[in-house]
Design a binder for this molecule. Structure first.
Ligand SMILES: NC(=O)c1ccc[n+]([C@@H]2O[C@H](COP(=O)([O-])OP(=O)(O)OC[C@H]3O[C@@H](n4cnc5c(N)ncnc54)[C@H](O)[C@@H]3O)[C@@H](O)[C@H]2O)c1
Ligand SMILES: [Zn+2]
Length: 347
């Protein structure tokens, strides 16, 4: 699988489809993305038979019912094995489009055009596709890679600040798990990122894609080292579900998760005070940490005990063990978890 990272990539996309002799295109997007960019992309898709399927924005579209509707439309319009599905949107559109591509007629080609920072640095890379099932997130799915991913930085200009912050969570995570110099670079250039400085954004996205690709290549099916990508996600998911996924965006909860988990790491003697403070100083400017009440802590811990990463009922954490380094632990004491979420360490 190859990625193209740059700006103004519509022409390249058309060229690629022509070279691959593609004729039947089924484009999946959502209402927000189509409002900004549908007309433009359709102009470039004129040479092909193209139908568009527009999702309602948001996680609720990532469900079996919507998948059924898309299958129905594909069948009604005689889309056969030569179909190419184009996923044009954020992670929701990407996950569902990839799932449809993986399963329709036992698999058809698909292309990813991720339009959020989170999708560009995370969800469009690594081949995980899927949908939610009832209240269970990402419960049904597969591993299925697109034939090409076009990452166009231009799309980020229409994202609001919270969506950028949400993507930045994963960006910072890559720095903390694998590349301390990159972490410093992001910290020093955070304003440039929010100001859509093209050069900085391209550098950042390229780095993230290369880190994620490298980790995924070592463990495509997520049985081992790929788990390190979950730094911040054990507590982050607990916080997301405490508020029924409504108060915080995914990345915002992950920023909180990385702070609380870094505290656990410091308490266990895995990182020193100086590094801990550096992490907190950087992250707390993006999302304000909270002192959770005892009642909320109990609820968060209960959510965490149902995490998919857990083994034999032990809660699994990815914790920093130094600069550029994290490791996987299942021996964190409940007392440490509680102490961390209580937040008395916050200044
Ligand atoms: N497959 C994976 O490996 C993987 C990894 C991480 C997350 N995910 C999934 O990704 C999803 C989250 O992705 P997301 O954060 O991109 O959410 P999203 O797709 O819901 O997009 C966020 C919001 O931004 C809007 N939007 C998208 N592009 C835009 C643009 N260019 N300008 C203006 N608005 C735009 C969308 O309409 C939506 O309202 C979750 O479902 C999560 O489970 C998957
Ligand atoms: Zn994440």
């Amino acid at each position: 699988m190859e990625n193209v990272i740059g700006v103004s990539l519509f022409k390249d996309i058309r060229q690629f489809l022509k070279e691959k002799n593609k004729k039947n295109i089924f484009l999946i997007t959502d209402e927000n993305v189509s409002k900004y960019y549908l007309e433009e992309i359709l102009y470039y898709l004129v040479p092909f038979k193209t139908r568009v399927y527009i999702l309602e924005p948001g996680e609720k579209s990532k469900c079996l019912k919507v998948v059924e509707n898309i299958y129905m439309e594909l069948i009604n319009y005689n889309y056969d094995r030569s179909t190419t599905i184009i996923s044009f949107g954020g992670g929701v559109v990407g996950d569902i489009s990839g799932f449809v591509a993986a399963t329709y007629l036992r698999g058809v080609d698909y292309i990813q055009i991720p339009t959020t920072l989170l999708a560009q640095v995370d969800s469009s890379i690594g081949g995980k596709v899927g949908i939610d099932f009832g209240k269970y997130k990402n419960m049904i799915g597969s591993f299925y890679f697109p034939i090409k991913t076009f990452i166009d930085i231009d799309f980020l200009k229409t994202l609001d600040r919270r969506e950028m912050t949400s993507g930045l969570a994963e960006v910072l995570k890559y720095g903390l798990i694998k590349d301390y110099d990159f972490f410093r670079y992001i910290r020093d250039n955070i304003q440039g990122i929010y100001d859509f400085d093209e050069e900085i954004l391209i550098e950042v996205v390229e780095k993230c894609v290369s880190i994620k690709t490298e980790v995924v290549a070592m463990d495509e099916k997520d049985r081992g080292i790929r788990k390190i990508l979950n730094f911040g996600h054990t507590i982050g998911h607990g916080i997301e579900s405490l508020y029924d996924f409504s108060k915080y965006k995914h990345g915002e909860a992950i920023i909180l998760g990385m702070m609380y988990e870094s505290f656990i790491s410091k308490e266990m003697g895995l990182i020193d005070e100086e590094y801990f403070c550096e992490i907190i100083e950087t992250l707390k400017d993006l999302v304000v940490p909270v002192h959770f009440s005892n009642e909320d802590i109990t609820k968060i811990l209960s959510k965490m005990s149902h995490d998919k990463k857990n083994l034999d009922e032990r809660i699994v954490f990815v914790l920093p063990t130094g600069k550029n380094k994290v490791d996987i632990f299942d021996n964190v004491s409940k007392e440490n978890m509680r102490k961390s979420l209580k937040g008395d360490w916050l200044c």
